[in-house]
Ligand binder design. Structure first.
Ligand code: 9MR
Length: 379
């Protein structure tokens, strides 16, 4: 078991030595000691923090986060069901700790998220009798939530995912209860309420699989319409739940260019690269998906072969090359979790697999992919 000090030292020495797997890779500049240092002139590098890290119960994790990242996202604690579980009852204990961690360490702090079809309690859409709310009543409830949550962290949470995953794969608007009850202007209203609550906050539309043509067109149309209406959408969050074969670097490149043309910034907001055999042919991050376990879907339960480790590193390097190319428009790259042990990808879309999608292994050691990302930074 690594002590906290030795794990950190390994990371700090990343630029000097690196694991034996690195043989054949060009040396990394000695002065580059962290992800945030490597990309300091390009974009902030973020990580999603889980409950243990926020509560200070993962000392090694927290030390790596402090050493490597200059932005944080809350993996779950600001979702509606957690921060506002019952009518009139908000629970800010964990979010307060999360924001305090970011402030103490001078980080760019994200809020995730305000309006989503998932992780939102049923009561939000119903009245006391159990009937669906009217448009006006649901708008009032949405406004109260946004005003309360965004208002509490005004000037402290710098950027909010205002609306999350509002699009279907074909680019049409998802038939969520938000859409069904309020109508398609629920998105504009959510942005307006967030802007009213904190006029300085950077406001984002966040979604997955935006590289796919139909969905990308839907997002372009949505953002175009919002901008025409004067709605302050600043950034499109391309979540970036990718795998070893999909999407190609060219596709990511073209997608960023398409959003850049709209006059918005792009954040790679939930980055990870799944190395396991795909359990579905869908390009999705729909949390509702749950596919049955089967051993062929979990081939690396006892460790990741060097061959795949190298494939993952190359893939990370190739995609960071694209982000650096677009450094004028990409304002942030955030990893969805710190170590492979923390990743949601161990349980989705199949529960109980052993996945390796991030830059740090299960003991907090930097993987070959970490060095590839450092190397992709402009020299
Ligand atoms: O990583 C998150 C996981 O711990 C939660 O159980 C899940 C449901 O709240 O959400 C995961 O994060 C999702 C994010 O909020 C929105 N985009 C897809 C992410 C992965 O499912």
């Amino acid at each position: 078991m690594q002590t906290r000090r030795s794990a950190l030292q390994t990371i700090i020495l990343a630029g000097v030595a690196g694991p034996s797997l690195l043989a054949g890779f060009p040396a990394v500049a000695e002065e580059v000691k962290s992800l945030k240092a490597a990309y300091k002139d390009d974009f902030v590098v973020g990580v999603a923090m889980n409950a243990a890290q926020i509560a200070g119960k993962d000392a090694l994790g927290d030390s790596i986060i402090r050493a490597q990242f200059n932005s944080i996202s809350p993996e779950n604690c600001l979702k509606w069901e957690n921060v506002h579980p019952e009518p009139g009852r908000y629970d800010f204990v964990v979010p307060d700790q999360y924001v305090a961690f970011g402030e103490k360490n001078g980080m760019f702090i994200l809020g995730h998220n305000l309006v989503w079809h998932s992780q939102v309690p049923d009561w939000v859409f119903h009245d006391d009798k159990g009937d669906l709310l009217t448009r006006d009543a649901l708008l009032a409830r949405m406004q109260d939530h946004i005003r309360t949550v965004v208002g509490r962290y005004k000037g402290r949470i710098q950027s909010w995912d205002v609306v999350n995953e509002a699009l279907n794969d074909d680019g049409s608007l998802r038939q969520s209860l938000w859409y069904k009850i309020i109508g398609d202007d629920y998105i504009a209203k959510a942005f307006q309420y967030a802007h009213d609550a904190d006029p300085e906050a950077q406001l984002n539309y966040n979604d997955y699989s935006l590289v796919d043509e139909s969905k990308r067109h839907g997002a372009v149309a949505l953002v175009t319409k919002l901008k025409e209406q004067g709605i302050p959408v600043a950034t499109v969050g391309m979540q970036g739940h990718y795998n070893l074969d999909w999407p190609s670097a060219e596709l990511v490149d073209a997608t960023i260019s398409d959003f850049a043309k709209l006059g918005v910034k792009v954040a790679v907001s939930e980055f990870d690269i799944d190395v396991l055999p795909p359990a579905t042919s869908q390009h999705t991050a729909d949390v509702a998906l749950n596919i049955k376990q089967n051993p062929t879907l979990n081939p690396y339960a006892n460790g990741l072969p060097d061959r795949v480790q190298k494939q993952l590193a190359k893939r990370y390097g190739d995609l960071f090359d694209v982000f650096v190319k677009h450094r004028d428009v990409v304002n942030r790259v955030t990893f969805w979790g710190l170590t492979d042990a923390d990743s949601w990808k161990n349980d989705w879309p199949v529960k109980g697999r052993t996945n390796y999608p991030l830059l740090f292994d299960r003991s907090g050691q930097p993987k070959l992919a970490y060095y590839a990302v450092i190397r992709a930074a402009r020299k």
